[in-house]
Each structure stands twice: as structure tokens, then as C-alpha cells.
Design a protein around this ligand. Sequence first.
Ligand code: TTP
Ligand code: MG
Length: 357
Amino acid sequence: MRQIDKNKALPTIIHVDLDAFYASVEERDRPSLKGKPVIVGGRSHKGVVTTANYEARKYGVHSAMPMFMARQKCPQGIYVPGRMERYQEASREVFRILHSFSDVLEKVSIDEAYLDITHLEVKPHKLVEKLKEKVYQETGLTLSVGISYNKFLAKLASDWHKPAGVKAITPEMIPGILVPLPIKKVHGLGPKSCTLLNNLGLYTIGDLLELSEEFLVDLLGKSGREIYHRIRGIDHRPVNTHRERKSLGIERTFPKGTRNRQVLITYLEDFSKELSQDLKEKKLHARTITLKVKDENFKVQSRGKTLFQHINDAEEIFQVANRLFQELPLEEPLRLIGITASNLLSEDLQQLSFFDL
Ligand code: TTP
Ligand code: MG
């Protein structure tokens, strides 16, 4: 185990998470929604809430709640279907701004990132204020930020004063600040592990601090070791700028099934362009292209093709996707079509292997 070197300055890591992301994009695009409870989610009776804004959360509405339950809790809420492309676009804008602050950036999800700002000669709080202001001015969205010396604590801190809050956790605050927290706050402890621990009478991080490393490993397997260190404020995971992506994909569900090949081909053309742009932005090339369709009876079919070389050009992606599509018998109208690029290779690695030869 690496020890903290007292003479060496600790890193400065920030964790950024947009507030009620999809709902905030809806509010931004339709100012008449401001101040009202907004719930984004599936339209059908069986659908679930994707996210709710903070106004709606006051009524007890939250992500993953069945839609009918949300309607019971908040009948006056404004219910809107999701617009994934719009959220992806907003996310891209935000990430462009984040990148301009530090290129040591790890994208965790559509609305969440870690930035290592150790190398920048600026006070973290100053930088964070500027960053929040710029994101708000340019996108109309607010975010919450955690500042600390490792990823675990930065993520914990970004959740502290949501929405639009900033919280810093410094080494002097450890372990006091952690002791009273419920165990679900420990990144890496999922609902299953929390139930297991609760059943043993363990509810707070303070309770976990009483346990030996061996005991936690026995109980939770390999991750027990990480948890043992995390609850002591120790986490050496670096901000990983080259987070390995396994695949990139785009798909769309239609309100009504269609067998119109021309319409479907137009989708494939659009997807190929989007996918190509996404791959190029991430400096990736793909060797496998997979076409996925779902028909009106919910039957899913997917066909893939692995090429001899890596590609990221829109026309090349479309050629492969279209060939796969032409081979597909269209027995039933389709409700969904999508393409995925996998077997990815980053340009940096391509260069590396070139020099390695
Ligand atoms: P989160 O960051 O978890 O949630 P949020 O941004 O809506 O709210 P918070 O202020 O608490 O951060 O997720 C980001 C987006 O991801 C969210 O707006 C919608 C989507 N999402 C789902 O599609 N399903 C889910 O179960 C969750 C939790 C989020
Ligand atoms: Mg969020």
C-alpha cells in the first residue's frame, strides 16, 4: 500500500455533476417550466421517471420511480418525454467547457466528470466559481462541485450541497466528517452490500471503521480492501483521461412501427454521421459495427461485422451498417433501430503501436 507522503503536496481533484440534468435542459429550453415540478420519463403507463427537478423532488418523486406513482405523488407536475439527442448536445457543450479548464479530465457519465487540477496555479475555489459561471452563462445549466484530494472524497463532496453547491473536503476533516455518514455514501457499496451490512447492525461509516480489513474482505470480497481504505479517506485512483470505452452507440425508438426502408436508411445515415463525429472527437477508430433492431413484438435482432481495419469515417460506417440492414428480413414493422461501434482503438495507442514496431 502506498503511504501518503507528508512532504509531498496532495493532488487537487474536483468532481462535477450537473443538477437534475435532463429536467434542467427541459427547463432551459422552455422557460415557462421554471419554478414548476418537472418530471422527465417514459410516457407509457409502465414507464419510469428518468429524472425529476428539485421542485418535483419535494413531493417525493425520484429517478427510477414508476411513472404512475410519480403522478400520484405530484399530480400537478409537468411530465415530459425525454429528448436524448438534446441532452447529449448539452452534455457535449458542458464537456467542452470543462476541458478548457483542465485536460486531465475523466468523463464518468453524460453529466459527471472528474478533473485533476493539481498542475494549475490557481486557487481551487476560484477555478470552481469561474467554471460554474461559464457553464451557466454558456449553457444555462447549473452544476455541483466537490473539491478534495482524491476521487472518492471529491464525489462525496459534490453531492453535499446539491443543487448548485460547492463543498471542499480537506485532510483535517478526516475522519470526523465521514464517521456519521450512512454507508450508502461509500462509492462502491451498492444496495446489496448495504443490506448485507445493515443486517449485521452496521449503518454508518463509523460502524465500518470498527471492522478489520480482513473482515471486510471476507464479507465483500476483493472490493472490501478498497472500502477499508476509502472510509479512511484513502483513494489512489488517478483521474483517467483515457478511460477505455468498450463501445459507442446510437439508437432510436419510434412512436409507431415502420417498414419503410428509405426512412430506416435515412436514420442509419444520420447515426453514421453522429457516430463518426463522436469517434473522431474521442480520437477512436472502430473495427466492429453492429446493427440492432427491435420489432413491434419486441423481438430484438442484432447483426455485426468485424472489419480488417479500424474505421471512423461516416461513409464507411454507413456502408457497413447498410449492408447489414439489407441482409435483414423485414418481417414486422420496426420500433427501434440503432448502430454500435465496438472493438475500439484510440489514436494514441495506434501511434504507440506504430513506434513499437
Ligand atoms: P444523475 O446525475 O444521477 O441525476 P440528475 O442529474 O438528474 O440529478 P442530481 O442533481 O441529483 O445530479 O443522472 C444524470 C442524468 O442521467 C439524469 O438527469 C437522467 C439520467 N438518469 C437516468 O436515465 N436513469 C437513472 O436512473 C438516473 C439516476 C439518471
Ligand atoms: Mg446529475
